[in-house]
Write a protein that binds this ligand. Structure first.
Ligand SMILES: Cc1cc2nc3c(=O)[nH]c(=O)nc-3n(C[C@H](O)[C@H](O)[C@H](O)COP(=O)(O)OP(=O)(O)OC[C@H]3O[C@@H](n4cnc5c(N)ncnc54)[C@H](O)[C@@H]3O)c2cc1C
Length: 421
C-alpha cells in the first residue's frame, strides 16, 4: 500500500514536471508574469497556492527537492510512538490539479539575480519576474565537524527536519538498553521552533516512562534557560517526568566522540546510549546562493510589508530563513507566505501594498500523547522600527489539557489543508 502510494506521488510529480518542461526551457509567454518559488515547505507551498488562488493571471512555478511534504509539527510525537511519519506525510498533487501551480521536483543549485533566473540540478534554467526563496534552515557544523553527513544520518540524528532521521531516533530509543541514557543538546537561540526541543524532551521522557522507566534523559541546553513556554514545561517535567529528565542550562556542546557517543559540554562530560544533537541553524543554503543572507552570516533581512530582500531586488524571502524576532514556526511561515503573496501580486500589478500587515501565531506543544498547551501572540508592522512588533494580548498555557490537545491536532490538520489542499 505504502509502496503504491510512493509510486503514485513520484509519478504525479514527474508528470507535472514533464508537462511544463518545454515551457520552462523555451522563452515564456511575454504577457504572463512568472513567480518562481524555491522550497515547498510551510512557507513556499502556501505562497504558491495563494498567489494562484488570488491572481490566476500569474504563472507560479514551485521548485521542491523532496517528493512529498513531511510535517515537522507533530514529528516529536513519532519519537514517543503516538504518531507515525506516514500520518505526517502529504503529496503536492492538489497544488497543481486545483490551483495550477507548476511543480518541479528538483534542487536549485544556482541563482543568477542579474539575469533573473535559477538553475536546477539537471542544468535547466528557469527565468523569473519575481523569485521567492523559502528554503527553511540548514545546519552549522563549524564547531561540530565530527558530525559528518554519514554520522548524522546513521548514528547521531538531529531529526530537526522530519523524515528518516525522526524514524531512526525512534528506533534508537526502542533499542536502548534498560536503564540507559539519552542525551539531547539544544543550540543557542535563534533556532527553528523555539518550544520544539522542550516538547521533544516531553515525548522522549514519555517513551522512557512507558517502555524503559529506569532510563534517563539528560538535556544539555546552550541557553541560560528554557527558551519558550518555560512554566508549562517546568511544571510538566516536575509532575510527570521528575525521575527521568535532568535539565542542564548554559551547558552547550564543546566536543563529541562519535565512536563512544561521549559529549564534552561546558561543565561536564557524559556518555550516551542515544545521542540527539540539534545543531545551530541558518537560512537554507540556496539563500546564500541568491545573495540574500545579510544578518550574522545566517539570516535574511526583509521588508516586512513585502518580504522583499533588503539585499537583492525582486527576490523575496519567507519562513524560517527570515531574520526577525518572530518565532521560527510553521504558523508564522504560513502567514508570512500570505502577506508575501498579496504583496507580490500587488507589485506585479503596480498596485499599493498593505502598509501595516498584522498577523498572529499560535504554537502548540504536546506534553504527553494527548495533552498540549499553547503560546499565542499578535504581531503588527511598526513603521517606526520597520519591524514586526508584538501587540498586547496573546497568552500562554500554564497547565496542559486534553482540550488543548484536541485544539493542537485540529490546528495541524487545518494548516496542512490550508497549505496543500
Ligand atoms: C520537531 C519540530 C516540531 C515543530 N513543531 C511546530 C509546531 O508545532 N508548530 C509550528 O508552527 N511549527 C513547528 N515547527 C517549526 C516548523 O516546522 C518550521 O518553522 C517550518 O517548517 C518553516 O517553514 P519553511 O517553509 O521556512 O521551511 P520548511 O518547511 O523546512 O520548507 C523548506 C523547503 O525547502 C526545500 N528546499 C530547500 N532548499 C531547496 C533547494 N535548493 N531546492 C529545492 N527545494 C529546496 C526543502 O526541501 C523544504 O521542503 C517544528 C519544527 C520542528 C523541527
Amino acid at each position: 500500500m505504502q509502496e503504491k502510494r510512493r509510486a503514485f506521488i513520484k509519478t504525479t510529480v514527474l508528470a507535472s514536471s514533464l508537462a511544463i518542461f518545454s515551457g520552462i526551457a523555451t522563452a515564456k509567454n511575454k504577457q504572463q508574469r512568472r513567480v518562481v518559488i524555491i522550497g515547498g515547505g510551510f512557507a513556499g507551498a502556501t505562497t504558491a497556492k495563494y498567489i494562484r488562488m488570488w491572481s490566476p493571471d500569474l504563472e507560479v512555478i514551485l521548485i521542491e527537492k523532496k517528493t512529498a511534504f513531511v510535517s515537522c509539527p507533530q514529528s516529536n510525537l513519532v519519537l514517543s510512538g503516538h504518531r507515525t511519519l506516514q500520518q505526517l506525510t502529504f503529496d503536492y498533487h492538489a497544488l497543481s490539479s486545483h490551483y495550477g501551480v507548476k511543480m518541479i521536483q528538483a534542487t536549485v543549485n544556482a541563482v543568477d539575480v542579474d539575469n533573473k533566473n535559477v538553475r536546477l540540478d539537471d542544468g535547466t534554467v528557469v527565468q523569473y519576474d519575481r523569485l521567492i526563496v523559502a528554503p527553511g534552515v540548514d545546519f552549522i557544523y563549524d564547531q561540530l565537524s565530527m558530525l559528518t553527513p554519514e554520522i548524522v544520518e546513521t548514528k547521531i540524528p538531529h531529526a530537526w527536519k522530519a523524515g528518516p532521521q525522526t524514524q531512526l531516533l525512534h528506533e534508537q530509543l526502542k533499542a536502548m538498553p534498560k536503564g540507559g541514557k539519552v542525551v539531547m543538546t539544544i543550540p543557542q537561540a535563534p533556532f527553528r521552533c523555539p518550544p520544539g526541543p522542550y516538547e521533544r524532551a516531553c515525548q522522549i521522557a514519555l517513551f522512557l516512562k512507558q517502555h524503559n522507566p529506569t532510563a534517563k534523559l539528560i538535556i544539555l541546553d546552550a541557553n541560560g534557560d528554557i527558551v519558550s513556554k518555560k512554566a508549562l514545561f517546568k511544571g510538566v517535567w516536575d509532575d510527570l517526568y521528575a525521575d527521568i529528565i535532568e535539565y542542564q542550562p548554559s551547558n552547550g556542546v564543546e566536543n563529541i566522540d562519535v565512536d563512544t557517543l561521549t559529549i564534552e559540554s561546558v561543565f561536564d562530560s557524559v556518555q550516551a546510549d542515544v545521542l540527539n544533537v540539534i545543531p545551530p541553524q541558518r537560512a537554507g543554503k540556496v539563500a546564500e546562493l541568491a545573495g540574500v543572507i545579510n544578518v550574522d552570516k545566517r539570516w535574511c533581512e526583509v521588508d516586512f510589508r513585502t518580504y522583499e530582500s533588503t539585499a537583492v531586488k525582486d527576490v523575496h524571502v519567507i519562513g524560517d530563513a527570515v531574520a526577525s524576532t518572530l518565532p521560527k514556526s510553521g504558523h508564522i511561515a504560513n502567514v508570512q507566505a500570505k502577506v508575501c503573496a498579496a504583496a507580490v501580486i500587488a507589485l506585479l500589478h503596480e498596485q499599493e501594498v498593505e502598509p501595516e500587515p498584522v498577523f498572529g501565531n499560535t504554537c502548540y506543544s504536546f506534553t504527553d500523547g494527548e495533552k498540549a498547551g499553547h503560546v499565542a501572540a499578535v504581531f503588527r508592522y511598526d513603521p517606526k522600527t520597520e519591524k514586526m512588533a508584538v501587540m498586547p494580548g496573546g497568552g500562554i498555557t500554564a497547565v496542559p489539557t486534553l482540550l488543548e490537545g484536541e485544539f493542537a491536532d485540529a490546528w495541524a490538520h487545518n494548516i496542512w489543508s490550508d497549505i496543500l489542499r
